[in-house]
Ligand binder design. Structure first.
Ligand code: PLP
Length: 399
């Protein structure tokens, strides 16, 4: 009997400890972690710099309050502003709160422009969180079902379709912002084109809209640069972070640039825990380690090993619809539901995930080496081939 509320279909395995890309369960079984707690454990497990920073900070001061100055928060805000090209940071504790802050910021921006009922353009298959506003912004009916009435003020368009956004600009004068994941994670590792991001930037400039990028899953070095939008050479107005920012210590951040940076005023938004000394010390250690250990370059190199290995190993294998990704954010889409692969992989000592029922997702820690990536391939490729060799109908019937 479990007293935890029944919100997850949990796999009956509990982990006790980890080291680098490896974790061990209660029975002593060892697993290669190609998921990193869904893009959270940036530095893998038990990274000495991170554990030291957390121990040192917790021995001095874990929490004070945003009623007072917080030195570690100031340092982290400055570092984030510098690496992202933004001017000010609001800290919270999770990805949905970062998105929630952006939605509120966009509405204030809209009201300041005289728009009574401001709306935000959002994408099909997007995922922005599970609070009422962020699930309303999310493009997945499963996440929304049962929670109606949804929060109004979102205009949904297909991803990578600039004409649809231009149409919204012509038809809907209430639009004040665009919210987009530069790589959709939960939606199945769907890449936005760099051209599309640049066109969105131009359109937002013309319309006086805010361009808000949700890099909660794809950001922070995973694709070889700090942020995916930097590959497109654009500067968003708002950048949302969480997940990997403190390598597992809960933190979220809403970064803003230019006029967007001064939309919030004292009293308009806040968070009890947001940006507390412990979380900020962990985030600072994470960002420093990414730089000191050249983990962005590593993510690019090791991501290419994984992508090339998957493409080579699955070439002409029937049932593979598409292999896509950027750096250490990779999806293998199959023509059938494949949730069972998670269990098969665990039995073989590998942690992966399946999203949208039929996309195998890899989000390894940024510390994964090429050798470890080849170990991932050595386990995953035969599993995928065996799985796909079964009749699709039989797999679908069991799913
Ligand atoms: N935004 C994106 C892109 C995400 O992938 C997620 C979580 O998966 C969220 C927001 C919500 O983050 P959290 O679960 O920390 O609220």
């Amino acid at each position: 009997m479990s007293y935890s509320m029944n919100t997850y279909s949990r796999i009956p395995v509990a982990f006790t400890h980890g080291k680098g890309v490896w974790v061990w369960d209660q029975s002593g079984k060892k697993y290669l972690d190609a998921l990193a707690g869904i893009a959270v454990n940036t530095l893998g497990h038990a990274h000495p710099k991170l554990t030291r920073a957390i121990a040192e900070q917790s021995s001095r001061l874990i929490h004070s309050s945003n009623l007072y100055q917080i030195t570690e928060q100031e340092k982290l805000a400055e570092k984030l502003a510098k690496i992202s090209g933004t001017d000010a940071v609001f800290f919270c504790n999770s990805g949905c709160e970062a998105n929630e802050a952006a939605i509120k910021l966009a509405r204030l921006h809209g009201h300041a422009k005289g728009v009574d009922s401001p709306a935000i353009v959002v994408m099909d298959k997007a995922f922005h969180g599970r609070t009422l506003a962020t699930l309303s912004a999310t493009g997945n009916r499963k996440v929304q079902a049962g929670f109606e009435p949804l929060v109004p003020g979102f205009v949904r368009v297909p991803l990578n379709d600039i004409e649809a956004v231009r149409w919204a600009a012509r038809e809907d004068k209430s639009v004040v912002a665009v919210l987009i994941e530069p790589i959709q994670g939960e939606g199945g590792i769907n890449l936005t084109t760099m051209q599309y991001l640049r066109e969105l930037r131009e359109l937002c400039d013309r319309q006086g809209w805010l361009l808000m990028v949700d890099e909660v899953q794809c950001g922070l070095g995973r694709t070889g640069k700090w942020f995916v939008y930097q590959h497109a050479g654009i500067e968003p107005d708002v950048v949302l972070l969480a997940k990997g920012l403190a390598s597992g210590v809960p933190i979220g951040a809403c970064l803003a640039r230019g006029a967007a940076a001064s939309v919030f005023k004292p009293g308009t938004h806040g968070s009890t825990f947001g940006g507390n000394p412990l979380a900020c010390a962990a985030a600072l250690a994470t960002l420093e380690a990414i730089e000191e250990e050249a983990l962005m370059k590593n993510a690019e190199r090791v991501g290419n090993v994984l992508l090339a290995g998957l493409r080579e190993g699955l070439r002409s294998v029937a049932g593979v619809t598409e292999i896509r990704g950027h750096g250490l954010m990779i999806g293998v889409e199959l023509d059938r539901p494949c949730g069972d692969l998670v269990k098969h992989a665990m039995a073989a000592g590998l942690l992966i995930n399946v999203t949208m029922d039929n996309v195998v997702r890899l989000l390894p820690p940024l510390v994964m080496t090429e050798k470890e990536a080849r170990q991932v391939l050595a386990i995953l490729l035969p599993l995928l081939r065996d799985f796909l060799a079964q009749a699709p109908a039989a797999v679908a019937a069991r799913a």
